[in-house]
Design a protein around this ligand. Structure first.
Ligand code: CUA
Length: 321
């Protein structure tokens, strides 16, 4: 059983579109598949026919071609049909490009997404402080503009059920607009090789009814919960004293690092390590103790906590709803 089967369900199928842009792409995909299949089938049939007929004809005999229409067949099959097919494909592709382009609808929300090593930083524009990672909540029926950036290497942002891919290119932010037409969880994946953990650089788009989304945005825009048990208080002290704060931010505390994901509302996320493992106590503990085992090459070092410190830290992180 793969580890994915333990993760909360999310679909990533191009053939199950959930936005009008993705539907355009799916239609183009089917059109290309059907047309190419027909063309290949006809060509193979003609080749087979030619092979069978040559057996009982002397070399140079062209009566078969003549019977099928002679030069007219060659002009039709070699020029007219390919031109018609290619022009149709070109027109359909152009139409799809227009329909899926950023700015095809006026965005109701802008999300700044940055490709990191190896996770996605997510920042809601206009909602000062609303920052998260690897989960993009969006309201259903509202065009959402994703503005994609990266500091170092090229990544590619792809949610097959919502729209096409866009590349994250250093120094050149790219944009994409999508509008989920129904609630759901849609898996996204980095689609450009970006280093050792490229394959473990996934994310989730969670489409919600607008009032649920508004409540979500208010929550993740607020500072972290204040510890209200002794274990949580101790866990916060562990977090601030053991080096975690050098890389992670927990808003409302002295932790202001910007190397790893913002953890202010970590407990509200379904997965950790860019949708690599579920966000459950045991998985989180394994990640904190030895992240290099789970995702070799990522920027988080192993920690050297004793059992009590680890339990306190887990209690604190699990309180960050
Ligand atoms: Cu990021 Cu591949």
């Amino acid at each position: 059983m793969g580890k994915d089967t333990l993760l909360p369900a999310a679909s990533q199928s191009l053939l199950d579109p959930k936005s009008s842009a993705a539907s355009e792409i799916t239609d183009l995909w089917w059109f290309m598949l059907i047309v190419s299949t027909l063309v290949v089938a006809i060509v193979i049939a003609l080749v087979v026919l030619a092979l069978l007929r040559r057996r009982d004809k002397p070399a140079g005999d062209e009566s078969g071609v003549a019977r099928l229409g002679g030069n007219r067949l060659i002009v039709t099959g070699g020029i007219v049909v390919p031109v018609v097919v290619l022009v149709a494909l070109f027109a359909f592709t152009l139409e799809t490009l227009v329909e899926t382009a950023p700015g095809s609808s006026e965005p109701g929300l802008t999300v700044d997404v940055a490709g990191e090593r190896w996770f996605w930083n997510v920042r809601y524009r206009g909602s000062a402080g609303a920052v998260t990672a690897n989960e993009i909540h969006v309201p259903v029926g509202v065009p959402v503009r994703v503005r994609l950036s990266t500091e170092d290497v090229v990544h590619s942002f792809w949610v097959p059920q919502l729209n096409r891919k866009i590349d994250a290119i250093p120094g050149h932010p790219n944009e994409l607009t999508f509008e989920a037409r129904q609630p759901g969880v849609f898996r996204g994946q980095c689609a450009e090789f970006c280093g050792a953990q490229h394959a473990n650089m996934a994310f989730r788009v969670i489409a919600q009814e607008p009032d649920h989304f508004a409540a979500y945005l208010r929550r993740i825009g607020s500072p972290a919960a204040v510890p209200d048990t002794p274990a949580e208080t101790r866990g916060r002290a562990v977090f601030l004293s053991q080096g975690c704060a050098g890389c992670h931010t927990i808003r409302g505390t002295d932790a202001e690092g910007d190397v790893g994901p913002d953890l202010t509302h970590l407990a509200s996320r379904e997965t950790i390590a860019a949708a690599t493992i579920p966000n459950r106590r045991g998985d989180l503990a394994g990640w904190i103790l030895d992240p290099q085992h789970i995702k070799p090459g990522n920027r988080m070092p192993a920690t050297d906590l004793d059992g009590d410190e680890l339990q306190a830290l887990l209690a604190y992180l699990e309180s960050l709803e």
